[in-house]
Design a protein around this ligand. Structure first.
Ligand SMILES: O=C(O)CCC(=O)N[C@@H](CCC(=O)O)C(=O)O
Ligand code: ZN
Length: 351
Protein backbone atom coordinates (compact mmCIF):
# COMPACT_ATOMS: atom_id res chain seq x y z
CA UNK A 1 0.00 0.00 0.00
CA UNK A 2 1.21 3.55 -0.75
CA UNK A 3 1.65 6.18 1.95
CA UNK A 4 -1.31 8.08 0.52
CA UNK A 5 -3.52 5.00 0.79
CA UNK A 6 -2.30 4.38 4.37
CA UNK A 7 -3.32 7.88 5.40
CA UNK A 8 -6.14 8.86 3.08
CA UNK A 9 -7.61 5.52 1.88
CA UNK A 10 -9.39 5.99 -1.42
CA UNK A 11 -9.31 9.79 -1.16
CA UNK A 12 -7.04 11.73 -3.47
CA UNK A 13 -5.51 14.01 -0.85
CA UNK A 14 -5.56 15.21 2.76
CA UNK A 15 -8.36 17.73 2.21
CA UNK A 16 -10.62 15.24 0.49
CA UNK A 17 -10.00 12.68 3.27
CA UNK A 18 -10.74 15.31 5.93
CA UNK A 19 -13.99 16.47 4.32
CA UNK A 20 -15.18 12.91 3.81
CA UNK A 21 -14.41 11.86 7.40
CA UNK A 22 -15.41 15.07 9.17
CA UNK A 23 -17.79 13.32 11.54
CA UNK A 24 -15.84 10.08 11.87
CA UNK A 25 -13.76 9.37 14.95
CA UNK A 26 -10.89 7.63 13.13
CA UNK A 27 -8.11 5.92 15.09
CA UNK A 28 -4.57 7.29 14.98
CA UNK A 29 -2.64 6.01 11.92
CA UNK A 30 1.12 5.98 11.36
CA UNK A 31 3.08 5.57 8.15
CA UNK A 32 6.46 6.51 6.65
CA UNK A 33 7.52 8.25 3.46
CA UNK A 34 10.23 6.43 1.44
CA UNK A 35 12.86 8.82 2.91
CA UNK A 36 11.96 7.78 6.49
CA UNK A 37 9.77 10.79 7.35
CA UNK A 38 7.12 9.64 9.84
CA UNK A 39 3.54 10.81 9.39
CA UNK A 40 0.97 10.26 12.12
CA UNK A 41 -2.64 11.17 11.47
CA UNK A 42 -3.48 12.12 15.05
CA UNK A 43 -7.14 12.85 14.30
CA UNK A 44 -9.18 13.72 11.23
CA UNK A 45 -7.47 16.77 9.72
CA UNK A 46 -4.38 16.61 11.95
CA UNK A 47 -0.98 15.40 10.71
CA UNK A 48 2.10 15.15 12.94
CA UNK A 49 5.09 14.84 10.58
CA UNK A 50 8.66 14.16 11.76
CA UNK A 51 11.77 13.90 9.58
CA UNK A 52 14.20 11.01 10.16
CA UNK A 53 16.26 11.61 13.32
CA UNK A 54 19.58 11.79 11.44
CA UNK A 55 18.42 14.65 9.21
CA UNK A 56 19.65 18.17 10.03
CA UNK A 57 17.14 20.77 11.23
CA UNK A 58 19.18 23.88 10.32
CA UNK A 59 16.67 26.36 11.73
CA UNK A 60 16.30 24.31 14.97
CA UNK A 61 12.55 24.73 15.04
CA UNK A 62 9.23 22.95 15.19
CA UNK A 63 6.16 24.40 13.48
CA UNK A 64 2.44 24.24 14.10
CA UNK A 65 0.45 25.48 11.11
CA UNK A 66 -3.34 25.56 11.26
CA UNK A 67 -6.11 26.61 8.88
CA UNK A 68 -9.84 26.01 8.75
CA UNK A 69 -10.41 26.93 12.38
CA UNK A 70 -13.22 28.78 10.64
CA UNK A 71 -14.75 26.36 8.14
CA UNK A 72 -15.54 28.90 5.42
CA UNK A 73 -12.00 30.37 5.26
CA UNK A 74 -10.91 28.02 2.53
CA UNK A 75 -7.87 29.50 0.77
CA UNK A 76 -5.35 28.72 3.54
CA UNK A 77 -6.80 25.19 3.73
CA UNK A 78 -6.11 24.75 0.01
CA UNK A 79 -2.59 26.13 0.47
CA UNK A 80 -1.82 23.65 3.26
CA UNK A 81 -3.33 20.77 1.33
CA UNK A 82 -1.08 21.64 -1.62
CA UNK A 83 2.03 21.62 0.58
CA UNK A 84 1.10 18.22 2.06
CA UNK A 85 0.61 16.81 -1.46
CA UNK A 86 4.01 18.15 -2.52
CA UNK A 87 5.69 16.50 0.49
CA UNK A 88 3.94 13.19 -0.06
CA UNK A 89 4.81 13.23 -3.76
CA UNK A 90 8.49 13.64 -2.85
CA UNK A 91 8.83 17.14 -4.36
CA UNK A 92 11.02 18.17 -1.39
CA UNK A 93 12.24 16.84 1.96
CA UNK A 94 11.05 17.97 5.37
CA UNK A 95 13.73 19.31 7.74
CA UNK A 96 11.76 20.05 10.92
CA UNK A 97 8.87 18.53 12.87
CA UNK A 98 5.53 20.00 11.80
CA UNK A 99 2.01 19.69 13.16
CA UNK A 100 -0.51 20.52 10.44
CA UNK A 101 -4.09 21.15 11.47
CA UNK A 102 -7.37 21.65 9.63
CA UNK A 103 -9.25 23.08 12.57
CA UNK A 104 -12.97 22.52 12.08
CA UNK A 105 -13.68 19.80 9.46
CA UNK A 106 -17.43 19.72 10.11
CA UNK A 107 -17.73 23.48 9.55
CA UNK A 108 -15.57 23.08 6.41
CA UNK A 109 -18.11 20.58 5.03
CA UNK A 110 -20.96 22.93 5.91
CA UNK A 111 -19.11 25.91 4.36
CA UNK A 112 -19.74 27.84 7.57
CA UNK A 113 -17.58 29.81 9.98
CA UNK A 114 -18.67 27.35 12.72
CA UNK A 115 -21.49 24.94 13.53
CA UNK A 116 -22.56 25.77 17.08
CA UNK A 117 -19.97 28.10 18.55
CA UNK A 118 -16.90 29.93 17.23
CA UNK A 119 -14.02 27.46 17.71
CA UNK A 120 -11.54 30.33 17.87
CA UNK A 121 -13.05 31.54 21.15
CA UNK A 122 -12.73 28.16 22.93
CA UNK A 123 -8.99 27.79 23.46
CA UNK A 124 -6.88 28.32 26.54
CA UNK A 125 -9.37 26.19 28.46
CA UNK A 126 -12.48 28.20 27.47
CA UNK A 127 -13.93 24.96 26.02
CA UNK A 128 -14.45 23.81 29.63
CA UNK A 129 -17.02 26.53 30.38
CA UNK A 130 -20.40 25.04 31.26
CA UNK A 131 -22.23 26.88 28.47
CA UNK A 132 -20.16 24.93 25.90
CA UNK A 133 -20.65 21.47 27.47
CA UNK A 134 -21.43 18.79 24.88
CA UNK A 135 -20.77 21.01 21.84
CA UNK A 136 -18.73 19.60 18.91
CA UNK A 137 -16.49 22.65 18.80
CA UNK A 138 -15.70 22.40 22.52
CA UNK A 139 -14.60 18.78 22.05
CA UNK A 140 -12.48 19.76 19.02
CA UNK A 141 -10.77 22.59 20.93
CA UNK A 142 -9.93 20.21 23.77
CA UNK A 143 -8.60 17.62 21.30
CA UNK A 144 -6.47 20.18 19.43
CA UNK A 145 -5.05 21.60 22.66
CA UNK A 146 -4.02 18.11 23.78
CA UNK A 147 -2.39 17.25 20.43
CA UNK A 148 -0.50 20.57 20.45
CA UNK A 149 0.70 19.95 24.02
CA UNK A 150 1.99 16.50 23.03
CA UNK A 151 3.74 17.96 19.97
CA UNK A 152 5.37 20.72 22.04
CA UNK A 153 6.42 18.15 24.66
CA UNK A 154 7.96 15.82 22.08
CA UNK A 155 9.83 18.56 20.18
CA UNK A 156 12.02 20.74 22.36
CA UNK A 157 13.17 23.06 19.58
CA UNK A 158 11.88 26.64 19.36
CA UNK A 159 8.16 26.40 18.63
CA UNK A 160 6.21 28.57 16.18
CA UNK A 161 2.49 28.57 15.40
CA UNK A 162 0.83 30.24 12.40
CA UNK A 163 -2.96 30.10 12.47
CA UNK A 164 -4.09 31.00 8.96
CA UNK A 165 -7.40 32.78 8.30
CA UNK A 166 -9.20 34.92 5.76
CA UNK A 167 -11.41 37.87 6.64
CA UNK A 168 -15.17 38.35 6.23
CA UNK A 169 -14.93 42.03 5.20
CA UNK A 170 -12.96 43.65 2.41
CA UNK A 171 -9.79 45.21 3.77
CA UNK A 172 -7.73 48.32 3.06
CA UNK A 173 -4.75 46.12 3.95
CA UNK A 174 -5.08 42.76 2.20
CA UNK A 175 -2.91 40.72 4.57
CA UNK A 176 -2.23 41.27 8.23
CA UNK A 177 -1.17 39.32 11.28
CA UNK A 178 -2.18 39.52 14.93
CA UNK A 179 0.34 38.95 17.71
CA UNK A 180 -1.33 37.58 20.85
CA UNK A 181 -0.66 39.39 24.10
CA UNK A 182 1.70 37.68 26.53
CA UNK A 183 3.07 39.80 29.41
CA UNK A 184 6.60 40.95 28.67
CA UNK A 185 6.70 39.36 25.18
CA UNK A 186 8.04 41.30 22.17
CA UNK A 187 7.85 40.37 18.49
CA UNK A 188 11.20 38.89 17.40
CA UNK A 189 12.78 40.59 14.37
CA UNK A 190 13.07 37.27 12.50
CA UNK A 191 9.29 36.83 12.83
CA UNK A 192 8.72 40.30 11.34
CA UNK A 193 10.93 39.22 8.44
CA UNK A 194 8.99 35.98 8.05
CA UNK A 195 5.71 37.91 7.82
CA UNK A 196 7.22 40.13 5.12
CA UNK A 197 8.50 37.05 3.30
CA UNK A 198 4.88 35.82 3.31
CA UNK A 199 3.85 39.22 1.87
CA UNK A 200 2.11 40.15 5.12
CA UNK A 201 2.93 43.84 5.61
CA UNK A 202 0.80 44.74 8.60
CA UNK A 203 0.99 43.58 12.22
CA UNK A 204 -1.52 44.18 15.03
CA UNK A 205 -0.32 43.87 18.60
CA UNK A 206 -3.04 42.54 20.88
CA UNK A 207 -3.43 44.39 24.18
CA UNK A 208 -4.75 41.54 26.35
CA UNK A 209 -4.80 37.77 26.50
CA UNK A 210 -7.58 35.99 24.62
CA UNK A 211 -9.04 32.55 23.98
CA UNK A 212 -7.95 32.18 20.35
CA UNK A 213 -5.84 29.27 19.11
CA UNK A 214 -2.78 31.50 18.74
CA UNK A 215 -3.27 32.95 22.24
CA UNK A 216 -3.34 29.40 23.62
CA UNK A 217 -0.17 28.29 21.87
CA UNK A 218 1.74 31.43 22.81
CA UNK A 219 0.70 31.53 26.46
CA UNK A 220 0.54 27.79 27.23
CA UNK A 221 3.17 26.31 24.90
CA UNK A 222 5.56 29.25 24.86
CA UNK A 223 5.32 29.36 21.06
CA UNK A 224 5.87 32.46 18.97
CA UNK A 225 2.37 32.55 17.53
CA UNK A 226 0.45 34.64 15.05
CA UNK A 227 -3.05 34.68 13.62
CA UNK A 228 -2.47 35.50 9.96
CA UNK A 229 -5.22 37.02 7.80
CA UNK A 230 -4.43 36.32 4.17
CA UNK A 231 -7.29 37.75 2.15
CA UNK A 232 -11.03 37.36 1.81
CA UNK A 233 -13.36 34.48 2.71
CA UNK A 234 -14.44 32.49 -0.38
CA UNK A 235 -15.89 28.99 -0.92
CA UNK A 236 -13.65 26.06 -1.92
CA UNK A 237 -12.54 26.29 -5.55
CA UNK A 238 -13.19 30.04 -5.82
CA UNK A 239 -9.85 31.25 -4.47
CA UNK A 240 -7.17 32.85 -6.61
CA UNK A 241 -4.31 30.88 -5.05
CA UNK A 242 -1.73 33.12 -6.74
CA UNK A 243 -2.68 35.73 -4.12
CA UNK A 244 -1.58 33.23 -1.45
CA UNK A 245 1.76 32.30 -3.01
CA UNK A 246 3.66 34.40 -0.44
CA UNK A 247 2.58 32.33 2.55
CA UNK A 248 2.84 29.08 0.56
CA UNK A 249 6.43 29.74 -0.48
CA UNK A 250 7.48 31.09 2.92
CA UNK A 251 6.06 28.05 4.74
CA UNK A 252 7.63 25.65 2.26
CA UNK A 253 11.00 27.35 2.81
CA UNK A 254 10.62 26.86 6.61
CA UNK A 255 9.50 23.22 6.17
CA UNK A 256 12.63 22.55 4.10
CA UNK A 257 14.87 24.18 6.70
CA UNK A 258 16.27 26.72 4.26
CA UNK A 259 17.80 30.01 5.40
CA UNK A 260 15.59 33.08 5.65
CA UNK A 261 15.97 35.59 2.82
CA UNK A 262 16.37 39.23 3.84
CA UNK A 263 13.21 41.29 3.22
CA UNK A 264 12.93 42.43 -0.39
CA UNK A 265 10.97 45.38 -1.83
CA UNK A 266 8.05 45.85 -2.07
CA UNK A 267 7.66 43.70 1.09
CA UNK A 268 10.36 45.22 3.27
CA UNK A 269 8.44 47.44 5.70
CA UNK A 270 6.09 46.17 8.40
CA UNK A 271 3.43 48.64 9.55
CA UNK A 272 2.55 48.05 13.20
CA UNK A 273 -0.73 48.89 14.91
CA UNK A 274 -1.74 48.41 18.51
CA UNK A 275 -5.17 47.29 19.62
CA UNK A 276 -6.61 49.98 21.88
CA UNK A 277 -10.06 48.55 22.51
CA UNK A 278 -11.86 45.25 22.04
CA UNK A 279 -15.54 45.79 21.32
CA UNK A 280 -17.67 43.14 23.02
CA UNK A 281 -21.39 42.56 22.64
CA UNK A 282 -22.45 43.64 26.13
CA UNK A 283 -26.02 42.40 25.64
CA UNK A 284 -27.37 45.51 27.38
CA UNK A 285 -29.24 46.92 24.37
CA UNK A 286 -25.90 46.97 22.53
CA UNK A 287 -25.82 49.34 19.53
CA UNK A 288 -22.97 49.23 17.04
CA UNK A 289 -22.52 52.34 14.88
CA UNK A 290 -20.18 50.90 12.25
CA UNK A 291 -22.07 50.10 9.00
CA UNK A 292 -22.31 46.44 7.98
CA UNK A 293 -20.22 46.76 4.82
CA UNK A 294 -17.28 48.74 6.17
CA UNK A 295 -13.80 47.51 5.22
CA UNK A 296 -11.16 46.47 7.75
CA UNK A 297 -8.82 49.39 8.61
CA UNK A 298 -11.48 52.04 7.96
CA UNK A 299 -10.45 55.02 10.06
CA UNK A 300 -12.69 57.09 12.36
CA UNK A 301 -11.84 60.58 13.65
CA UNK A 302 -11.49 61.47 17.35
CA UNK A 303 -14.80 61.64 19.17
CA UNK A 304 -16.73 59.25 16.87
CA UNK A 305 -19.14 57.09 18.87
CA UNK A 306 -18.41 53.50 17.81
CA UNK A 307 -20.82 51.65 20.09
CA UNK A 308 -23.10 52.25 23.03
CA UNK A 309 -25.42 50.37 25.31
CA UNK A 310 -27.75 51.32 28.16
CA UNK A 311 -24.82 52.05 30.50
CA UNK A 312 -21.87 53.26 28.48
CA UNK A 313 -20.47 54.26 25.11
CA UNK A 314 -17.12 54.06 23.32
CA UNK A 315 -15.73 57.11 21.53
CA UNK A 316 -12.55 57.29 19.48
CA UNK A 317 -9.82 58.89 21.62
CA UNK A 318 -7.53 61.81 20.87
CA UNK A 319 -6.06 60.35 17.69
CA UNK A 320 -7.89 58.55 14.86
CA UNK A 321 -8.63 54.84 15.30
CA UNK A 322 -9.49 52.18 12.73
CA UNK A 323 -11.90 49.24 12.94
CA UNK A 324 -10.91 45.63 12.26
CA UNK A 325 -13.26 42.58 12.11
CA UNK A 326 -16.54 44.53 12.50
CA UNK A 327 -19.26 41.93 13.11
CA UNK A 328 -22.21 42.67 15.40
CA UNK A 329 -23.79 39.24 14.70
CA UNK A 330 -22.05 37.56 17.64
CA UNK A 331 -23.35 36.19 20.94
CA UNK A 332 -23.29 38.29 24.10
CA UNK A 333 -19.77 38.45 25.49
CA UNK A 334 -18.12 37.78 22.11
CA UNK A 335 -15.97 40.16 20.07
CA UNK A 336 -17.74 42.62 17.75
CA UNK A 337 -14.52 44.21 16.51
CA UNK A 338 -11.16 45.69 17.41
CA UNK A 339 -10.21 49.37 17.49
CA UNK A 340 -6.60 49.95 16.51
CA UNK A 341 -4.19 52.82 15.97
CA UNK A 342 -0.67 53.05 14.60
CA UNK A 343 1.85 52.04 17.21
CA UNK A 344 3.00 55.10 19.11
CA UNK A 345 6.43 55.97 20.48
CA UNK A 346 9.47 53.92 19.69
CA UNK A 347 9.17 50.31 18.54
CA UNK A 348 9.08 49.24 22.17
CA UNK A 349 7.12 46.05 21.42
CA UNK A 350 9.47 44.99 18.65
CA UNK A 351 12.90 43.52 19.18
O1 LIG B 1 -13.13 38.87 9.30
C1 LIG B 1 -13.51 38.62 10.45
O2 LIG B 1 -14.40 39.30 11.02
C2 LIG B 1 -12.91 37.48 11.22
C3 LIG B 1 -11.67 36.89 10.65
C4 LIG B 1 -11.13 35.95 11.72
O3 LIG B 1 -11.59 34.87 11.83
N1 LIG B 1 -10.23 36.49 12.57
C5 LIG B 1 -9.80 35.80 13.74
C6 LIG B 1 -8.77 36.63 14.46
C7 LIG B 1 -8.25 35.93 15.69
C8 LIG B 1 -7.31 36.77 16.53
O4 LIG B 1 -7.74 37.80 17.06
O5 LIG B 1 -6.14 36.39 16.69
C9 LIG B 1 -11.00 35.54 14.65
O6 LIG B 1 -11.89 36.39 14.72
O7 LIG B 1 -11.03 34.50 15.28
ZN1 ZN C 1 -11.05 33.13 10.83
Amino acid sequence: MSVKQDLFGTHSDWLSHTLNNAVAGLPETKTYLPDGTRIIRKAVGVLDITPPSDRANPNSEALIVSAGVHGNETAPIEVMNGLVSELMDGAWELACPVLLILGNPQAMVAGERFLEVNLNRLFDGAHRRTEYAGLEEAARAECLEEICRQFAGANRQALYHYDLHTAIRPSHRERFALYPFVEGRNVPADQCDFLLEAEVETLLLQHKAGTTFSSFSSSQLNAESFTVELGKVRPFGQNDLQRFSGIRDALRRRFRGQAAPSPQPPFDQLTVFEVVHEILNTGRNFRFHVPDDVANFTEYPPGTVIWEDDDTEYRVGRSPEAIVFPNPQVPVGHRVGLMIRPQTGSDENLI
